[in-house]
Design a protein around this ligand. Structure first.
Ligand code: ZN
Length: 339
């Protein structure tokens, strides 16, 4: 009997199982009611009285060791299981951090929406342009300062190829391939060789509008300008036009709106004048129509253009232009509500 117990003790101390089924088979073999250890327990009553004490102790030791060994193997399996899959599938997911629309995109879309309701469709053109579409077709004289190297990015090997300095280049591209009525807006990025500071950048964004048809007059232009200002800055907004000069329009004007920050009373933003400048406009110069194959005796039109950064500054009082291109999410997040 004692020899049998010793043999089983050796066996259980070296038990191995490579999966849960094998482990269960071992438990049945040694520890179940019909297992080897219970068989020995059943034989215990046949043990001689003087050996009962020692056999009893050894039997208990065997049973404890067998239980311990099987428990240890089970624990090893359990920790292996959780090691291969340490995901807690019941935990709630990390919140997904959604991006927000860029303030310039928000304002650009608002402008597009206002002009869209007036029947203007969107036209786009290349940012890398030729001199003709950016300057010549728009009535810029050969010696116009805007062509100067100081303002325009030229490509050294091809001085005729430039980064467009305004979105008006899209107007000439549309005019050369279509006949009036033309009613388009051209949103896009433009480039100028300027030192980067809080109030200037080497690239910025514009939206231009162009309307060409028979009998288009300055009155039509003023009406659209007033409507745009009221839609963009509120129904109380007033506008005023100051005479100006642009090569591609004649007459030309710059438009101010009553300062939307102080309501026209005067504040540091409007330099205490009550007015802030927001865009340039005018009647399309007949030379421009002719350059682009449109009969200036039959058709007339107006054009207007504005900087999207300028409008965004007015709406949100962003004091440093550079913030628009720094991609600082702390800045961009502030416009979440406007999305
Ligand atoms: Zn003001």
């Amino acid at each position: 009997m004692i020899a049998k117990i010793k043999q089983l003790l050796e066996e259980v101390e070296t038990l191995k199982a490579s999966n849960a089924e094998e482990l269960e088979a071992l438990r049945i073999k040694y520890l179940s009611k019909k297992g080897a250890i219970n068989d020995l327990m059943a034989d215990f009553r046949n043990v001689a009285a003087d050996q009962k004490k020692e056999v009893g102790m050894r039997l208990n030791e065997l049973k404890t060791k067998a239980q311990e060994r099987i428990n240890a193997l089970k624990e090893a399996f359990d920790s292996q299981d959780s090691g291969s899959c340490d995901l807690d599938l019941t935990r709630s997911a990390y919140p997904v951090d959604l991006g927000t629309r860029h303030p310039l995109s928000i304002v650009k879309n608002e402008i597009i929406d206002i002009f869209g309701r007036l029947g203007f469709s969107i036209a786009e053109g290349p940012e890398i342009e030729d001199d003709w579409h950016v300057f010549s077709a728009l009535n810029f004289a050969e010696d116009h300062p805007a062509r100067d190297m100081q303002d325009t990015f030229f490509i050294e090997a091809h001085p005729d190829i430039i980064l467009r300095t305004h979105t008006s280049s899209v107007q000439s591209r549309v005019m050369e391939v279509s006949q009036p009525p033309i009613r388009i807006i051209c949103p896009g990025r433009v480039y100028r060789n300027e030192a980067i500071s809080y109030r200037a950048h080497c690239f910025f964004h514009q939206v231009e509008a162009l309307y060409i048809d028979k009998d288009v007059s300055f009155t039509d232009l003023k009406q659209v300008l007033l409507l745009f200002a009221k839609e963009m800055f509120g129904a109380d907004t007033k506008i005023r036009l100051r005479p100006s000069y642009f090569p591609f329009t004649e007459p030309s004007a710059e438009m101010d709106i009553s300062c939307n920050i102080c309501g026209g009373k005067g504040c540091p933003f409007c330099k205490h004048t009550g007015w802030v400048e927001i865009l340039g406009c005018g009647m399309v110069d007949p030379n421009v129509l002719e350059s682009n194959g449109i009969d200036s005796k039959v058709y007339s039109g107006y054009a207007l253009g504005m900087g999207i950064e300028r409008i965004t500054n007015l709406k949100y009082q962003v004091k440093d232009l550079r913030m628009f291109s720094e991609n600082d999410t702390r800045f961009l997040k502030q416009f979440e509500a406007a999305n």
